[in-house]
Design a protein around this ligand. Structure first.
Ligand SMILES: [Zn+2]
Ligand SMILES: [Zn+2]
Length: 270
């Protein structure tokens, strides 16, 4: 099986390692391909993003590494764009569209936070009602279609601390309906979703993003899936890969999608 991880962070945003270190790690753990996905900049300064000269350097370094690793590792230069990112879209091999900010009365409210941060968001903006938080999230995430990403990143990120904070019941019909409605809407324009194992490596959750009921719905909708680890530290490069693979097989997928020099194509899962 061709192993590719398109969602990786580095010192060009909030990751710990250089692009070279990420490439070396990919080879060490037997991967055939890596995609870099720097966080694109937001309208406000953020510790997660680096703009200006860093973007030029990111493109140059990626180009260099593509050449250096040719024949050993397929390297792609991408980015993780938020709905409200302000960077130009040109020049990337692929774009992951991820939703990290709600817009509430014109204000961008980040919720991809540690447990206390999420609690504060739910208390401040939703009167402590976690279900209202989930409803707003799924109402707004469908707008990611507007930025036309290649891949939808961590579609059910809203569940990050749902269990710890008892925000809502992930198994309830009410919650599932919100997610299903949003996935149906988004899949009309974005055919690829990622199974993201990052939350497992960071200890937030025991299982990857894309709950099984969402994967099953994606299968029914004929959408394609990519596995990624969203790693910010090379040590977690392939964390949770087998769990992700098993989940896809259990939900009826026989193939995943990988990026090639000629675009996305399907690859057998086993
Ligand atoms: Zn993200
Ligand atoms: Zn990410």
């Amino acid at each position: 099986m061709y192993l590719q991880n398109l969602h990786t962070h580095s010192v060009f945003c909030d990751g710990k390692n250089t692009l070279e270190e990420m490439c070396q790690r990919a080879i060490e753990v037997g991967f055939d391909s890596i995609g870099f996905s720097r966080h694109a900049c937001m309208p406000h300064p953020s510790i997660y993003c680096k703009g200006g000269e860093a973007i030029v350097e990111y493109f140059n370094k990626s180009k260099e590494l593509k050449k250096e690793y040719a024949g050993r590792l397929d390297v792609f230069c991408g980015a993780e764009f938020d709905l409200y990112s302000i960077d130009p879209r040109e020049g990337y091999d692929f774009v992951i569209g991820s939703f990290h900010y709600l817009k509430i009365d014109g204000e961008l409210v980040g919720f991809d936070k540690k447990v206390d941060g999420v609690k504060e968001v739910v208390d401040t903006y939703f009167g402590g009602d976690g279900f209202k938080f989930a409803r707003k999230y799924y109402e707004q995430i469908v707008d990611l279609a507007k930025i036309k990403p290649d891949i939808i990143g961590h579609f059910d990120l809203v569940t990050k601390h749902a269990k710890t904070l008892s925000l809502f019941d992930e198994d309830s019909t009410a919650y599932k309906s919100l997610a299903i409605e949003a996935v149906r809407e988004l899949s009309k324009t974005v055919p690829i979703f990622e199974l993201n194992t990052g939350c497992v490596s960071r200890g937030y959750r025991e299982t990857p993003y894309l709950a099984p009921f969402i994967v099953k719905e994606l299968k029914r909708l004929d959408c394609q899936i990519t596995i990624s680890s969203d790693c910010h530290n090379k040590d977690f490069f392939d964390c949770g890969w087998n769990v992700a693979k098993e989940r896809l097989l259990d939900c009826g997928y026989k193939n995943i999608v990988i990026l090639t020099k000629d675009g996305f194509k399907e690859e057998a899962l086993v």
